[in-house]
Design a protein around this ligand. Sequence first.
Ligand SMILES: [Zn+2]
Length: 106
Amino acid sequence: MKDAWEERKKAKENEYFIKKDHELINQMKHQTEEELAKGYSKGRCPKCSEKIEPITFRGVPMDRCPGCGGVWLGPNDLKILAEKDHRTWFDFWFRQDETSTSERGN
Ligand SMILES: [Zn+2]
């Protein structure tokens, strides 16, 4: 009787460890996927996965995607561009945006 108890206890323990192992394996799998995704997406466009090209626009370095035309700016780059010639293209760009927004509002 006692042996049967021990057997049952061992079986329960094994069950527990098998379950724990599965959880750990799944966790590791997930981490590996994350690592792989990070490796693959390095220098790639998040929208179309095309290889991003570094360009310089008005003296400001930025990354451009040849696939979809997306542009990535550093935290200060937009500010630098805006200060450089805010009365030209930048002003025009935002005024155009404001106009279309107010038109939609009416
Ligand atoms: Zn793209």
